[in-house]
Design a protein around this ligand. Structure first.
Ligand SMILES: NC(=O)c1ccc[n+]([C@@H]2O[C@H](COP(=O)([O-])OP(=O)(O)OC[C@H]3O[C@@H](n4cnc5c(N)ncnc54)[C@H](OP(=O)(O)O)[C@@H]3O)[C@@H](O)[C@H]2O)c1
Length: 373
């Protein structure tokens, strides 16, 4: 993931702008500033362009409320750290934006936005965690020029994501459609009944997945085996098969499958979940080989430990047990994986980020973690 360190030669002219630049930059967030800085012909123009970009893409921009004042030396450090800080939650909040848009943590540049422009993206498991964050990341990265089909079982959560996104990016279009990916007939009905304007899907993110329990072989409930395979494997395969003819007809498209470290390295107490993710890996690699003559990109992203509702589901709603999983460690956040997914999809058509394993820094394998207790 690129990080941008501005040289003084670039940075000083920005500070010389006799306007609200540093204050505005604090409130805008890193991405919009950097997007503009790296593409326009001179720093001043670049910076002004970023302000313009921000105020046109985010209607409730705070810019109109910023008082004009001369930049102070202290702004240099603030802006520089803002532009080089990896996570914007370390950046002063820009209060007039909706909560989700305050953490604009990526910086892909304007070419990513143009590559994503006008695309239709289908995300499964979009009601929480990685899927939800991916929806916001796509809309942020495209500047709102995108259609999102969001699916999961919890319709209310999908509808509230739609409202939040469309309010911030009126140009975007979000279709929240509830269905259960483990019920295979529901998949046919879901795809066949998509609204006409959402039918031409360009990107499929197969993210819906779950784990139940930590039982060891010999005492695993058949119902847990069934639900994990039906959701993580059969649902993913069925949806992929259903959409593949469309992608083949177009000669292109992106299929992003969310695997796991569990699919690479099985661990005690995870026999079934690990087996499902190993199946996802085999399926994904086969598909990439079968589609070698096409422009259909098959991408796998394998997260390590990410704090989402995943562990709460594993422990069947027992929040205490779920919290214990993250005791003494700093897990990834859903947005970290969302960044990787959107980064992969927004590369040039000839670039396939085929297989990515993403750990937090304390993790080195499924079970090797450094805990500060
Ligand atoms: N969190 C981690 O540490 C981790 C690590 C490696 C891989 N992963 C993988 O990342 C993916 C996303 O998980 P997450 O961490 O974001 O967990 P999460 O917060 O629990 O999200 C799981 C999503 O899947 C949806 N889902 C579950 N069963 C479904 C079904 N039968 N039909 C439709 N949607 C269903 C859920 O929505 P509804 O409940 O509304 O249906 C939810 O939106 C999963 O494939 C998981 O295996 C997670």
């Amino acid at each position: 993931m690129p990080l941008f360190k501005l040289s003084d030669a670039v940075f000083d002219p920005i500070l010389s702008i006799k306007s609200t630049a540093p204050v505005a930059a604090e409130q805008i967030g890193r991405r919009h500033v950097v997007d503009a800085l790296i593409t326009a012909p001179c720093p001043r123009a670049r910076f002004l362009r970023s302000l313009n970009h921000f105020s046109t893409t985010v209607p409730q921009s705070p810019l109109s409320t910023i008082p004009h004042r001369k930049p102070q030396p202290s702004h240099s450090a603030t802006l520089n750290s803002l532009l080089t800080t990896r996570y914007c939650h370390q950046v002063p909040p820009f209060s007039s934006l909706p909560r989700t848009f305050r953490r604009t943590i990526m910086s892909f540049g304007t070419s990513a936005a143009s590559r994503l422009a006008g695309k239709t993206v289908l995300i499964t498991g979009a009601s929480s965690g990685i899927g939800r964050a991916t929806a916001f990341e796509f809309v942020n990265a495209s500047g709102g020029d995108i259609k999102l089909i969001l699916t999961a079982r919890r319709e209310a959560a999908l509808v509230s994501i739609k409202e939040e996104i469309e309010k911030a990016y009126p140009k975007s279009k979000v279709f929240p459609i509830a269905f259960d990916v483990s019920k295979l007939p529901a998949i046919d009905a879901f795809v066949d009944n998509l609204p006409a304007e959402a039918k031409d899907i360009d990107v499929l993110v197969n993210n819906a997945g779950m784990v139940h329990g930590v039982d060891q072989v010999g005492s695993i409930a058949q119902s847990d085996i069934d639900i994990m395979f039906q959701t993580n494997v059969f649902g993913l395969i069925a949806l992929t098969q259903k959409l593949l003819p469309l992608f083949k007809e177009k000669g292109k498209g992106d299929i992003v499958n969310i695997g796991s470290i569990a699919g690479r390295e099985p661990y005690p107490g995870g026999a079934i979940y690990c087996a499902t993710k190993a199946a996802v890996k085999s399926f994904t690699e086969t598909l990439r080989k079968e589609l070698i003559a096409s422009r259909i990109r098959v991408i796998e992203v394998d997260p390590g430990q990410v704090e989402t509702e995943f562990s709460v589901v594993r422990f069947r709603g027992d929040k205490g047990k779920a919290d214990a999983v993250y005791k003494g460690v700093e897990p990834l956040i859903a947005e970290d994986i969302a960044e990787v997914i959107v980064f992969a999809v927004s590369r040039r058509e000839n670039v396939v980020i085929a297989d990515t394993l993403v750990f937090p820094s304390h993790q080195a394998s499924a079970l090797i973690m450094h805990r500060k207790l």
